[in-house]
Ligand binder design. Structure first.
Ligand code: PLP
Length: 396
């Protein structure tokens, strides 16, 4: 079972034959009978200490078999020893930062990042001092108390690529986390490039159907132990029904990502040729930071693109209000296409200067291509952009 297409279908389901089932069992128990106290106590110690499982799950905040099953599946897809799942991508990042805080106080961060990730790091809530640097500055800005390097590639929302291998080399013995949400394991496998942690908002492509909020961190078993300790104490659990839905989405992951990527590539070309569009950000078109890394660390440019309209904020707002098939909404990686305005929504929490520095302008829209027929998507975008032209004529 070495091919990813096969793994997506079968990972975390290896024991179905033995169990005599054909879909993952859902275990909703909050607590588990402890008939043998010695076994119970040993299990409690093991789970509180961060073990992946124990003879008795004890209490659902410590362990849930349905969650553990999808964690095993995702570890296989990401090529990591372990995976720890949380109630959201932000809960996963928070747990990771808290686990880093136990080792020291300083993190190096390469912008841009998902808006709320940026906000969490700036807020000081985790007790960490976040220093924002360029990828090329990591080696010189590293300190004795630096405990983590945070990067996101492709980055939200302008799709810039960060050189994972180079960051890992510059970080030396400092662990590196790669938020690989935009890429999924279909297009990028950061563990193979030396990353210590791979983070996903599983709300996006992994879930894939817009109906589950989840987050995961893939890493070594040693690091996963600490992440499970944090999860057990802070209670940032993934609910077993959400875990089931997440697992439910995985068999089609490759198909969804490839089809959505196909659509995004065509839409990027057509948008680039449209008179209302000033600039298209899509890896491989020579328009994003680190564009040359596409060939060396990714298997494809992905399903996300951003484009800047000549008409600024008003034009962007007009397109958001005029799309009919594409849903004007935040989030991404769903089977249906979503369009949103980073400056007004996802990256609202950044200050204006940071937004500008990250290229998040008033006329920028981010599009997450779905798996619909590309001509229907293009027809929708074209009419939305044309209506905006009509609006200009009205005003003139
Ligand atoms: C959505 C997102 C997150 C946060 O995940 P949630 O599941 O919404 O908490 C983090 N990173 C990236 C790149 C995202 O797109």
């Amino acid at each position: 079972m070495s091919h990813l297409d096969t793994l997506t279908v079968h990972a975390g389901r290896e024991d179905f034959g033995k169990l005599g089932v054909h879909a993952p069992p859902i275990d909703l128990s909050t607590t588990y009978p402890v008939a043998d106290l010695a076994v119970g106590t040993a299990s409690f110690d093991a789970l509180v200490g961060g073990d992946a499982s124990a003879p008795n799950p004890i209490y659902a905040r410590l362990h849930n078999p349905t969650v553990a099953r999808v964690e095993q599946a995702l570890a296989q897809l990401e090529g990591s020893e372990a995976c720890v799942a949380y109630g959201s991508g932000m809960a996963a990042l928070t747990a990771l930062l808290m686990s880093a805080r136990m080792r020291g106080g300083h993190v190096l961060v390469v912008r841009p990042l998902y808006g709320t990730s940026d906000h969490l790091l700036v807020s000081g809530m985790t007790g960490l001092e976040a220093e924002f640097v360029e990828a090329g500055e990591i080696a010189t800005r590293k300190r004795a108390d630096t405990v983590l390097v945070v990067i996101e590639t492709p980055a939200n929302p302008t799709l810039g690529l960060v050189d994972i291998r180079a960051v890992v080399a510059a970080a030396g013995d400092v662990p590196v986390v790669v938020d690989s949400t935009f890429a999924t394991p279909v297009l990028q496998r950061p563990m193979e490039l030396g990353a210590t942690y791979v983070l996903h908002s599983a709300t996006k492509f992994l879930g894939g159907h817009g109906d589950v909020i989840a987050g995961v961190v893939c890493c070594s078993e040693e690091n996963a132990k600490v992440l499970r300790q944090v999860r057990a104490v802070t209670g940032a659990l993934l609910h077993p029904l959400a875990a089931y839905l997440l697992h439910r989405g995985l068999p089609t992951l490759t198909l969804r990502v490839e089809r959505a990527q196909h659509n995004a590539g065509i839409l990027a070309q057509r948008l680039a040729a449209h008179p209302k569009v000033a600039r298209v950000f899509y890896p491989g078109m020579g328009t994003v930071a680190g564009d040359g890394l596409l060939a060396s660390q990714m298997r494809g440019p992905g399903a996300l693109l951003a484009f800047e309209l000549h008409g600024g904020h008003a034009a962007a707002a007009a397109v958001m209000s005029r799309v009919r098939l594409i849903t004007p909404a935040v989030s991404l990686g769903s089977v249906d296409s979503l369009i949103q305005h980073p400056a007004g929504l996802t990256h609202r929490v950044l200050d204006e200067a940071t937004r500008q520095a990250c290229g998040i302008t008033a006329g920028l829209l981010r599009l997450s291509a779905g798996i619909e027929h590309v001509d229907d998507l293009w027809a929708d975008l074209e009419q939305a952009l044309d209506l905006e032209q009509a609006l200009d004529l009205e005003k003139a």
